[in-house]
Ligand binder design. Structure first.
Ligand SMILES: *Cc1c(COP(=O)(O)O)cnc(C)c1O
Length: 436
């Protein structure tokens, strides 16, 4: 394990300064900034499997995995071959290509409640479009979301939106007029009564309930037993659309996502991350009845110049085919993730550090609070200063974690038993240093 003093930062520091002079904060997505944890963000030069190398040639075990997509690790051979193969035939046409139906077939086969799917370029586009579609279908205005859930950065969804905004300590976002969010009801997660109350108060006015079925964006917070069942029951009774935002959980917590894991059939599903194989892809889908409202078949307009891009479709196909043909990946991820998450928790306990964890399959968070963490209020009890210290110590030992207490970390198929043991050893050292 590299010693704490050995991490070089010269090149990364220079690259950060250069980027900062032209790009706000030097980053093209605020979650990449190190503001809440401190220290120098490594600029990544390359990745292979579970490891990444920065511009100063420091090597890290990566538990970010591009924030979820890279369940097969960096530079996965199948995915690379598919991208190169597709690129040689041209990178974009703005006309239909066969790979779009190939990826659609793979997605629909894995998610039985979906009969049709539309591909877009990001999770943000997927959720924004699904909300528009739910409103078009129900002819209602209000939407219900939950505190700490993030559904991308579209105006009406940037209310109590977890991770990125919470890390920055801002409640929503400047530049979103009140009028744009007057139909967004943000309710506490894991609280059925709050949902019942909202449906009573806004009778026949709620178009949809959108939820991360396993929240990843306030750190990992699973739904309690029966919560998702209750959401399904209430929305069905009230003729409101239930949207599972599976941008993070799709093909992650199970091949068929959280809806397979918990056996719930949502009306609409949004996806992203893994389905793009590391390229920019999002998707939304549901029954033909609802999806036939989408243009050109119906009156709900949604479009994209680069949507269904051949490189992105090829990468997604290679990724999903690999997962489909190697389902043994999921039980292995379960086992390795448990060893890692419990190993670090045991190390914390041994050092007297108050810490709890949530984990569903290969997504997890160590919260620096005694817990339990079940919603945004309990997540926000975390000692973010202690997390920052832990984060920096891990980074210096060659372990790259998400630079925020309020993000999920991920394991991928290329992580090894040795990665796990090395990470637990690094955590032991970090907790001992924090105490001493
Ligand atoms: C990442 C994420 C999004 C946003 O996806 P982008 O591709 O970043 O726009 C939406 N919903 C969930 C649950 C996510 O995890």
């Amino acid at each position: 394990m590299p010693s704490i003093a050995s991490r070089k930062v010269e090149q990364s520091r220079r690259l950060q300064q250069r980027a900062e002079s032209m790009i706000p904060g030097g980053v093209n997505s605020p979650v990449r900034a190190f503001g809440s944890v401190g220290g120098d963000p490594p600029f990544i030069a390359r990745g292979k499997g579970s490891h990444i190398w920065d511009a100063d040639e420091n090597e890290y075990i990566d538990y970010v995995g591009s924030w979820g997509p890279l369940i097969l690790g960096h530079a996965a051979p199948d995915v690379l071959d598919a991208i190169v193969g597709a690129a040689c035939n041209g990178t974009s046409f703005g006309a239909s290509t066969p790979a779009e139906a190939d990826l659609a077939e793979l997605v629909l086969a894995a998610f039985p409640p979906m009969q049709k799917v539309r591909f877009v370029n990001s999770g943000t586009e997927a959720t924004m479009s699904a909300i528009r579609l739910a409103r078009a279908y129900t002819k209602r205005k209000y939407i219900v979301k939950f505190e700490g859930c993030y559904h991308g950065h579209s105006d009406s969804l940037l209310v109590k939106a977890g991770s990125g905004v919470a890390t920055l300590g801002i409640p929503g976002s400047a530049g979103v007029p009140e009028e744009f969010i007057q139909f967004t009801l943000a309710l506490p997660f894991n609280n059925v009564k709050a949902v019942e109350y909202a449906f009573q108060k806004f009778k026949h006015q709620i178009a949809c309930v959108i939820v991360e079925p396993v929240v990843g964006n306030m750190g990992c917070v699973p739904a309690t037993d029966d919560y998702l069942v209750a959401l399904r029951m209430i929305t069905e009774r009230e003729r409101s659309v239930l949207i599972f935002d599976e941008v993070m959980t799709g093909f992650r917590v199970a091949f068929g996502g959280a809806q397979e894991l918990y056996n719930i059939r949502p009306d609409l599903t949004t996806m992203g991350k893994i389905i793009g194989g590391g390229l920019p892809v999002g998707a939304y889908g549901g029954s033909s009845e609802i999806m036939n409202l989408v243009a050109p078949l119906g009156p709900m307009y949604q479009a994209g110049t680069l949507s269904g891009n051949p490189l992105a479709m090829a990468a997604g196909c290679a990724m999903l085919k690999h997962l489909r043909d190697h389902k043994e990946i999921y039980p292995r991820l379960e086992k390795l993730s448990r060893t890692l998450v419990e190993g670090v928790a045991t190390a914390a306990k041994g050092a007297g550090v108050p810490l709890c964890y949530n984990r569903v399959g290969s997504m997890f968070t160590w919260f620096f609070t005694p817990g339990p963490v079940t919603d945004w209020d309990s997540a926000s009890q975390s000692n973010t200063e202690a997390f920052g210290k832990f984060f920096r110590a891990m980074l210096d030992s060659g372990v790259y974690l998400p630079p925020s207490q309020y993000e999920a970390a991920f394991l991928g198929a290329t992580h090894t038993e040795q990665d796990i043991q090395q990470t637990i050893a690094a955590a032991k050292q970090a907790f001992a240093a924090a105490r001493g």
